[in-house]
Design a protein around this ligand. Structure first.
Ligand code: DNO
Length: 358
């Protein structure tokens, strides 16, 4: 039977209230999806710190082969002359990660903000809570959004929301003024052309994460929202090392995105080293949604069809559950509690077993 390379995102012993021991006890879970969270965006990840993380994970009986994320400095996305220095640093980080046996780097090319929500603790009818996005509640002013995310995070650091990077928000917005979708794609190509040959040499696959939510916000361009975008990105640099993270939740936030069709197009082309599999529930026709438990019955996505598409295309990349709810009184990092992600894994591996035996 082919086993899923199932992983669990972990924020490190200093910053996660979930332990490696707990992760190891989730049935079917062998991989930790990790990162260094204390290296400023744009700087080289030191070999000794990478090795220490690897050592810690390995000592706990788990593997560390996927990094999420090595974030990309805004100067690269904006296309400033200083980008070359940051690309050099990125290349050195790839080499250092390769030395520690890392096979996949998840990253995103979203200007200014990574993922965002308008409520990080939306109360659900069953007493659990989950993150929610309502267009009408998105503040007009990005500073207000930042404050909202910060207060909603209840002291947890949020991935992609590095305070030092977002300190001068207005300056950052000004710098993006002339960057439209075309320019952002050009800058992405410049970056990929520089790093992918190194990835090929060192056998580290890049896996771009979709924009979340998959639409332009605050006038900032977005380049990975749907299948057509993916067809553009794959052509920016033709190589299996220029790959995607297909995040079913992020892409699924646009009901027009046909996830099984996207999987069926890109997995056979060997462009999908990493999957994030989660469910969401639309609450109205406008596409507002809250995140939900993983099973199809709990949300708007057909998780069986998603897993079936992966199975039919012989998916053998890495996969992890994502987000879900905070349940059973847990006060975890928004989107990254222990229990609902563990339940998600049990559900996804259950679907996989059934598919294998059908
Ligand atoms: C949010 C995550 C994102 C993701 C990055 C990948 O919960 O899905 O922060 O890790 O966009 O670079």
């Amino acid at each position: 039977m082919s086993q899923l390379k199932m992983g669990f995102r972990w924020f490190g012993s200093k910053d996660d209230n979930i332990s490696l021991t707990q992760i190891r006890q989730i049935p079917g879970t062998k991989q930790v999806v990790g990162a260094l969270f204390d290296v400023p965006v744009g700087e080289v990840w030191p070999q000794e710190k990478i090795d220490a993380l690897k050592q810690e994970v390995t000592a706990a009986g788990l593997k560390l082969e996927v990094i999420e994320s090595v974030n990309i400095h805004d100067d690269i996305k904006i296309g400033l002359p200083t980008r070359d220095r940051y690309i050099e640093n990125y290349i050195q980080t790839i080499k250092n990660l390769a030395k520690a046996g890392i096979k996949v780097i998840c990253y995103n090319f979203m200007p200014v903000f990574d993922w965002l929500r308008t409520d990080l603790h939306h109360q659900l009818a069953d007493g659990s809570n989950a993150m929610m996005y309502e267009q009408a509640k998105l503040p007009k002013d990005p500073e207000a959004l930042m404050a909202q995310m910060k207060s909603g995070s209840r002291g947890f650091s949020l991935p992609g929301w590095e305070p030092e990077r977002l300190a001068a928000l207005q300056d950052l917005f000004d710098a993006y003024q002339d960057v439209d979708e075309v320019k952002l794609l050009e800058n992405c190509k410049y970056f990929l052309d520089a790093i992918i040959p190194v990835c090929e040499q060192y056998d580290v696959r890049m896996a771009m994460h979709p924009d979340d939510p998959p639409k332009p916000l605050f006038g900032l361009p977005r380049i990975y929202k749907n299948l057509a975008d993916m067809q553009r990105i794959e052509k920016l640099h033709e190589s299996r090392y220029n790959g995607f993270t297909i995040c079913t939740g992020s892409l699924g936030e646009n009901p027009a995105n046909d996830l099984p069709a996207i999987i069926r197009e890109f997995v056979p082309k060997d462009r999908v080293p990493f999957m994030h599999v989660r469910n969401i529930k639309f609450v109205n026709q406008q596409g507002d949604f809250h995140e939900s438990a993983h099973p199809s019955s709990q949300g708007s996505l057909d998780m069986f069809e998603i897993m079936k598409a992966l199975h039919d295309t012989n998916y053998d990349g890495y996969i992890r559950p994502d987000h879900g709810r905070n349940i059973w009184g847990e006060d975890g990092r928004p989107g990254y509690g222990l229990y609902d992600r563990a339940l998600g894994i049990t559900y996804l591996t259950g679907l996989w077993e059934a598919l294998e035996k059908m």
